[in-house]
Design a protein around this ligand. Structure first.
Ligand code: DGY
Length: 335
């Protein structure tokens, strides 16, 4: 049987590369540590003759790339968010796309909650102060922050990760939970989570701690911008673990500087890995480099799932023809 060529366009676990090697001729220029700057040109050149590709949240896979890589039949991502992949263009060309949902839900929710708490309780700001040798005396208001327990948790985007955050807030911290999502949960699911649906303005007005978990799309670009930030309480925090671009980072920096918002926790940024330099100067923002799903067991599960999808999409392994988390399975069934 002909062995397909596949490109692994991200650093990945050695065990995952070995697993792919059982089925394919594997080109893994990033190895397990290094990274490659994937311009459209380098990616196109490297993909010639490849039937499949493993990616993460980058690089971009669009109609132009697909047209230039006619052998490509499967693009499998180890991220749950797939805004770097033009799903409609892939479907039109019969290219299977998969993402990696579920396996990262709890780890990402842990991190979202931690980031929200770090912003509310001024953890990194106070650590910087201490490391700089500036702690000379006790004072009742030294780094006094905002309470998390009992405060109102607002969740923008009540999917799997949003629900896991809501559960942590309601069960662990006694927080009343409000949420906004395009589609409302069933009343049974709302009851189980202890969450109440509100419209977006009410969510912004009433949340003490707003956590954003919506997927990025043209429709969610700057979903939270200057006008939305103006609705929030001055004592509130905002945490973004969704995607850069969902929040207008420049408007957020202004709101934080003017103390129209207490603090923010950001794991994702517009144009990352570059960030808006205004954010770097602000004490009241906790910044992390897109690591919400980064525990080793979870990253391994994400990579394993992406590899299983690729193997199955290219007709190999026990699930041949049935990639477990395909986004457009119809391209394989010919429907
Ligand atoms: C995801 O899986 O979408 C995370 O943000 C990592 O990219």
């Amino acid at each position: 049987m002909k062995r397909h060529h596949v490109l692994v366009a991200m650093p990945v676990f050695a065990e995952v590369l070995a697993q792919l090697g059982e089925h394919f001729e594997v080109d893994a220029p990033c190895g397990i540590r290094d990274t490659v700057e994937w311009t459209p040109e380098t990616l196109t050149a490297r993909l010639q003759g490849c039937a499949g590709m493993l990616v993460a949240g980058t690089p971009r896979v669009d109609a132009a790339l697909l047209a230039a890589c006619p052998d490509l039949r499967a693009v499998c991502s180890m991220a749950v968010g797939y805004n770097n992949i033009d799903l409609a263009a892939c479907t039109a060309r019969g290219v299977l796309v998969s993402n990696a949902p579920d396996v990262l839900t709890e780890t990402t929710a842990d991190f979202g909650f931690a980031l929200m708490m770090a912003a509310a309780r001024r953890i990194t700001e106070s650590e910087r102060f201490l490391r700089a040798g500036r702690w000379t005396h006790w004072s009742y208001d030294l780094f006094a922050g905002a309470d998390v327990h009992g405060a109102t948790l607002g969740v923008l985007g009540m999917g799997r990760i949003g629900s896991a955050i809501a559960r942590r807030g309601a069960l662990g911290f006694g927080m009343p939970v409000i949420y906004h999502n395009r589609s409302r949960l069933s009343s049974e699911a709302e009851q189980q989570l202890g969450a109440r649906w509100v419209d977006k303005d009410e969510l912004l007005r009433c949340s003490d701690h707003l956590v954003i978990v919506v997927p990025y799309s043209a429709a969610s670009h700057h979903l939270v911008g200057a006008a939305e930030l103006a609705l929030m309480k001055p004592g509130a925090t905002l945490t973004n673990i969704a995607r850069g671009g969902v929040v207008d980072d420049a408007a957020l920096a202004v709101a934080l500087r003017e103390h129209r918002l207490f603090a923010a926790g950001l794991d994702v940024f517009e144009g990352e890995p570059a960030l808006n330099p205004d954010l770097l100067d602000l004490p009241n923002v906790v910044l992390t480099p897109h690591i919400a799903s980064a525990s080793l067991p979870t990253r391994r599960a994400m990579a394993d799932l992406a590899a299983s999808n690729l193997i199955a999409a290219l007709g190999r392994g026990p699930a041949a023809g049935k990639p477990p988390t395909a986004l457009n399975p119809q391209v394989l069934s010919g429907a």
